[in-house]
Design a protein. Structure first.
Length: 305
C-alpha cells in the first residue's frame, strides 16, 4: 500500500519487472498475523479485495470466476463426492462452492491462519455467504500438510486453495512431490484433487512444474486455466485424479450431475465451458511438455515476485 502518488494505491508485482496498480478507495483492515501480512482494501475497479503478503487473493467483482473454476471441474469429475477436504480457502468462497453440491456430507476446511479466516467471517460475508455456519463444514486451523499427514480417514475430493509459493511464505511446501504423495494417500480409490497453480503468464515455471509434479504422482493430470480480470492474468489450475478423467466428461453428464446435486447460482462455470477450460493453446501445451520440473521439498519453486 502506498500514498506516494496523490492518491492511495496498491501495487502488485507480477514479476520483478511488471506491476499492476489498483487505485484504493478505502482501507478496511491492515495487519500482520503470525503467518502473513493481511490487507483488506476497497479498490475502485474491483471492490473489496483480500491481499496476503502483497498478493491479491480475491476481489468481490470476480472471485466467483476463480472459485467456480477451482471447485466445480474436480467436484463434477468425481461421480459421488461425499467427503471433501479444502486446504487453505480463507475467504470461505471455496467452501461456499463445494457446499452447493447436495451430495456432499462433510467438508473439512484446514486453513493455517485463524486471523485471516476470522477477518473473512466478519468482513467478507459477500464471499462466504454463510458457508462457515453450514453444519456440514468442519473448520480447523493448522498447517494443511501436517493435517493430511495425521488424518486417518480418506476424502473423495481435495481442493488445494492456498497462497502462491512465495519464498519464506507458509505454503510453498504444499506444491511438492512429497506433499502430493501424502495427499494421494488420503484420497479414496477414485479420488480427485485440484490445486490453484499460479499465473500461466507471469510464473510459467511454477505452473508447468506444478503440472509435472502432479503428473508424476497421479495417473491422470490435467492442467487448465481461466482468465481472472483482477489478477490481470490467466490463472492456472491442475487437476489430479486416480481414475476419472475430467476431459472425458460429456456436457450431458455434467449437466445431469449439476441437476441431480442441486447446484445452482453459478455465474461462470457451465457444462459447455468445462471442455474449453481444459483446451489449451498450442504454446502452453508445448510449455507443459518441454518446461518445468518435478518440485521437491529440497528444490521448491517460488513465484518470481
Ligand atoms: N485465491 C488465492 C490465491 O490466488 O492465491 C488463494 C486464497 S486463500 C485466501 C489462501 C489461504 O491459504 C490463506 O487463507 C492462507 O492462510 C492459507 N494457507 C497458506 N498456507 C497454508 C498452509 N500451509 N496450510 C493451510 N492453509 C494455508
Amino acid at each position: 500500500m502506498s500514498e506516494e502518488t496523490s492518491w492511495l494505491h496498491f501495487t502488485e508485482m507480477q514479476t520483478p519487472n511488471t506491476a499492476v496498480l489498483h487505485k484504493v478507495k478505502r482501507v478496511v483492515y491492515r495487519g500482520r498475523t503470525r503467518f502473513q501480512q493481511v490487507d483488506l482494501v476497497e479498490t475502485y475497479d474491483f471492490g473489496l479485495c483480500l491481499i496476503l503478503d502483497g498478493k491479491l487473493q480475491s476481489s468481490v467483482m470476480d472471485e466467483w470466476i476463480y472459485h467456480e473454476a477451482l471447485v466445480h471441474p474436480a467436484m463434477l469429475t468425481h461421480p459421488h463426492p461425499k467427503r471433501v477436504v479444502i486446504i487453505g480457502g480463507g475467504e470461505g468462497a471455496t467452501a461456499r462452492e463445494v457446499l452447493k453440491h447436495d451430495a456432499v456430507e462433510e467438508v473439512v476446511m484446514v486453513d493455517l491462519d485463524e486471523e485471516v479466516v476470522n477477518l473473512a467471517r466478519r468482513k467478507l460475508r459477500v464471499m462466504h455467504r454463510g458457508a462457515f455456519d453450514n453444519p456440514k463444514l468442519k473448520l480447523l486451523h493448522q498447517d494443511g500438510r501436517k493435517y493430511l499427514e495425521e488424518e486417518e480417514d480418506t476424502f473423495d475430493v481435495a481442493i488445494i486453495d492456498i497462497t502462491d509459493p512465495l519464498s519464506g511464505g507458509p505454503s510453498y511446501l504444499l506444491y511438492t512431490k512429497e506433499f502430493y504423495d501424502i495427499l494421494a494417500g488420503k484420497l479414496s480409490e477414485d479420488g480427485v484433487m485440484v490445486t490453484q497453480a499460479t499465473s500461466t503468464c507471469y510464473s510459467r515455471e511454477c505452473f508447468t512444474s506444478i503440472a509435472k509434479t502432479i503428473a508424476a504422482t497421479f495417473p491422470i493430470a490435467r492442467p487448465y486455466r481461466a482468465w481472472i480480470p483482477s489478477f490481470s492474468s490467466e490463472w492456472g489450475f491442475v487437476l489430479g485424479s486416480k481414475h476419472h478423467d475430467p476431459v472425458k466428461l460429456s456436457a450431458r453428464t455434467i449437466a445431469q450431475r449439476l441437476r441431480s446435486r442441486g447446484v445452482r447460482n453459478l455465474k461462470f462455470y457451465t457444462p459447455r465451458l468445462h471442455r474449453y477450460l481444459f483446451s489449451l493453446p498450442k504454446f502452453l501445451e508445448k510449455a507443459l511438455r518441454t518446461e518445468g520440473r518435478v518440485i521437491r521439498d529440497g528444490e521448491p519453486v517460488f513465484m518470481p515476485a
